[in-house]
Design a protein around this ligand. Structure first.
Ligand SMILES: [Zn+2]
Length: 423
């Protein structure tokens, strides 16, 4: 059945205007409220005593909640509360989201109204909707849900509160609190949903890791070199790695200096790929091949994409700009990834500037001589690569910030690899 059909059915059952029902229904569905719950909520709104509004569902253990349950009632401890604003058809709506737990398990929730939830509260949520989100059940606390704060405290085998080390953050996390040092911070003007708007973006670090961040409502306490505690951040995946989002609802306070691990995490290619992407990682492996699209390349002046024969995929015929880069396949025995090296590193490896490379290509009447020379320099040798690894359907790419010959004793390296494999 389409939404239109559902609206039709509801409108005739309730004896109200279809347009009105349709508008409400579309809104609820756009917030990912399951259609059955949406209809039930509208039956209640339009005063149908017969449908759906009967007895509350029986109390369910959180571990037993599945997306097949239409509605459930749970008693749970509030582990985290995040607050965020979303927009639907020009309206801002504030939602609350986080995790609930009982003795049996944990579950994510989204509250579409403000129930005044605080971290550590023990609550009974009657008639909460269940939807599936990324393969897991999630509770929807909406208009048809009754939330009661209980006096007694439910003890749960989970951490209450959102404090986390950066290493533990994953895309989808909400209501997290971090204590970090701002390593890099840049003010940018972007074309946002309300026109031009200022944001901050950069890198945060703690003892466990570094991660990129965006502050959508620039907080003055966030500046390069400062250490801050940020309450209520959420985590999204951005270019294949977890990214911290700070919003107007985040609280930022100066804190005692937070030490940051200076070196990148050292990993095998297999580990890094299995993690699904890592912001700052160091790999050691052999360059087995310098791929096509290395050496002298041309980029679109508008979008920076690599162009072929002066044709940009987005901008058509453009006056392309020369550039240099290397795409090198690195193999460490556990897996392979493509290290992408920008102009600066490429010039160093080539042993000449972009202008030199263009001269060399002109002399040889062949642009490929540059890539060939680079391949001769790199292929079959071992390198240490540091950068951001992202994984997509085409494989793993490492956007390199450092690239250098690896001069560690090969025997050491072999022992280390054997130890890893033996784990
Ligand atoms: Zn372009």
């Amino acid at each position: 059945m389409s939404i239109d059909d559902h609206a039709e059915e509801l409108a005739s059952a309730l004896g109200v205007d279809k347009e009105e029902v349709m508008e409400d229904l579309e809104k609820l569905v756009s917030y990912s409220v399951p259609i059955d719950e949406a209809k039930q909520s509208l039956r209640r709104k339009y005063g149908d005593g017969t449908g759906g509004g009967g007895a509350e569902p029986v109390e369910t253990d959180i571990a037993d909640v599945t997306p097949d349950d239409g509605n459930v009632s749970v008693t749970a401890r509030v582990l985290t509360v995040g607050k965020r604003s979303i927009r639907y058809q020009g309206d801002d709506q504030v939602i609350f989201e986080g995790e609930l737990a009982d003795e049996t398990g944990r579950i994510s929730y989204t509250a579409w109204t403000d129930f005044g939830l605080s971290v550590g509260d023990t609550i009974s949520a009657g008639n909460a909707g269940v939807r599936e989100w990324e393969g897991e059940p999630e509770l929807n606390l909406g208009e048809s849900t009754t939330v009661t704060i209980r006096d007694e405290t439910l003890e749960v085998p989970y951490e209450v509160g959102g404090e986390r080390a950066l290493e533990a953050l994953e895309p989808g996390d909400r209501g997290r609190t971090v204590a970090v040092t701002v390593l890099d911070c840049e003010r940018k003007t972007i074309d946002g949903r309300d026109g031009e708007t200022e944001i901050l973006s950069g890198v945060l670090g703690d003892e466990s890791a570094r991660l990129p961040f965006t502050d959508w409502d620039p907080h003055p306490e966030i500046e390069e070199g400062s250490s801050v505690r940020i309450e209520n951040v959420y985590v999204r995946e951005f270019r294949g790695v977890p990214s911290i989002n700070v919003s107007e609802f985040s609280t930022v306070e100066p804190t005692a200096p937070v030490d940051v691990e200076d070196s990148a995490r050292s990993m095998s290619v297999r580990e890094a790929v299995a993690a699904g992407g890592i912001f700052d990682v160091e790999l050691v492996g052999n360059v087995i091949e310098v791929r096509d699209g290395s050496g002298l390349i041309e980029r679109c002046p508008e979008c920076g994409r690599v162009v072929q024969n002066g044709q940009c995929r987005s901008h058509g015929e453009v006056d392309a700009e020369d550039d240099m880069r290397i795409k090198a396949i690195v193999d460490d025995g556990t897996g392979t990834c493509t290290a992408v090296l920008g102009r600066e590193i490429t010039e160093r490896i080539y042993g000449g500037t972009l202008a030199d490379a263009l001269d060399d290509a002109r002399d040889a009447m062949d642009r490929e001589v540059v890539a060939e020379s680079i391949a001769a320099e790199l292929e079959g040798r071992e390198f240490r690569v540091r950068g951001t690894l992202s994984v997509d359907e085409y494989g793993a790419n490492l956007d390199a910030s450092e690239f250098a010959p690896h001069d560690a004793d090969p025997a050491d390296r072999a022992r280390q690899l054997l130890a890893e494999v033996g784990q």
